[in-house]
Design a protein around this ligand. Structure first.
Ligand code: TRP
Length: 326
């Protein structure tokens, strides 16, 4: 089939993925393979801008890629690779940095946020984070970039820098479009904050049925529902929101039964935990199979890097020629 174009996306290696990663990104990465030529990258260099501790990078890369593969990424078609395995990206980063006004970078809301988060570690790489991201995308001439809405400023930056490069040196690079997912923010088991590993309010998609139940049990539901016979308010309950995705056949009945207090939160959570566990059962089975071979993930990534380098080395040559490097 003729593909629509090339997708590129990157994710920092964060280990085992959770429901937020799955609903917000991974599901979409998998679906895009049908229509686009896809390139998916573990951005380990980007991870260095915020990590104090780097000894988890390898393990977290493997765990994340196992989740990607088990979720349905197809390495025979899709290029799956580790950013640092294709060193041309650092060359393009350097070249793009020369046409990036510093003010563009320091004004970005994402940069200001990081400065707030880690005031003692405002490193040079952190300022250049969006330049490296632009290099990621431009190096593969990707035209479509699936990212969360939080990345919109970075995508806008990428478009500007590509336009500027092309204006100065000729039409070499491709200006990409962001493709934002429509899935709303997934809240953690605290029912308040966005699901994230760092807040430890997450549910891993590779969790066993027992582990799923341990996490689901702790989920915060409607705070106004203090007793079993109190009527519930599904519209403010995170368990209910997630039923919408994992319990499509039951969600209407659950809504009625919650409002009338026909079911309690424990029962509602049991249904949710079971559906969640069933939904990911084939995933767990595939993941176990891939994980049984200690080389499998690294073989996939080595092959991905080889294919990525074939594209990257051509584009970097074009870029250098356009800039006039001897
Ligand atoms: N900045 C992205 C994030 O934090 C990760 C990323 C790096 C990325 N390079 C990319 C995303 C290129 C899309 C395309 O989520």
């Amino acid at each position: 089939m003729e593909k629509k174009g090339r997708v590129f996306s990157g994710a920092r290696p964060t280990g085992r993925q959770h429901l937020g990663n799955y609903l917000g990104a991974i599901r979409n990465y998998v679906a895009l393979q049908d229509e686009y030529e896809c390139v998916y990258c573990v951005v380990d260099l980007h991870a260095l801008t915020t990590l104090e501790d780097t000894d988890k990078l390898k393990e977290w890369t493997r765990e994340m890629v196992l989740d990607w593969l088990a979720a349905g990424m197809r390495p025979e078609e899709t290029i799956i690779f580790v950013q640092s395995h294709v060193p041309q990206v650092t060359e393009l980063h350097t070249i793009l940095s020369m046409v990036t006004p510093l003010g563009w970078l320091t004004r970005l809301p994402t940069f200001k946020e990081k400065v707030r988060q880690q005031p003692d570690n405002v490193n040079y790489g952190l300022v250049g984070y969006p330049v490296l991201m632009a290099a990621d995308i431009a190096l593969y001439k990707a035209d479509t970039v699936p990212v969360g809405i939080d990345q919109a400023p970075h995508l806008e930056f990428t478009r500007e820098i590509v336009r500027r490069f092309n204006h100065l040196f000729g039409p070499v690079l491709v200006e990409p479009q962001a493709k934002h997912t429509d899935f709303p923010k997934v809240l953690g088991i605290d029912g308040v904050n966005k699901m994230s590993k760092s807040l430890n309010n997450h549910i891993e998609i590779s969790a066993s049925p027992e582990e799923i139940w341990q996490r689901v049990r702790m989920m915060v539901t409607d705070p106004a529902r203090r007793y079993r016979h109190d009527p519930g308010h599904p519209e403010v309950c995170n368990v209910f929101t997630l039923h919408g995705f994992f319990s499509p056949a039951q969600v209407r009945q659950i809504e009625v039964d919650c409002r009338s207090a026909a079911i309690g939160c424990v029962e509602c959570k049991k249904i949710f935990a079971r559906n969640l566990s069933d939904y990911f059962a084939p995933f767990r089975e595939r993941r176990a199979r891939f994980a049984a071979d200690p080389d499998y993930v690294w073989d996939v990534l080595a092959d991905g890097a080889r294919r990525a380098r074939a594209i990257a080395s051509q584009v970097i040559d074009e870029v250098k020629r356009a800039v006039g490097l001897p």
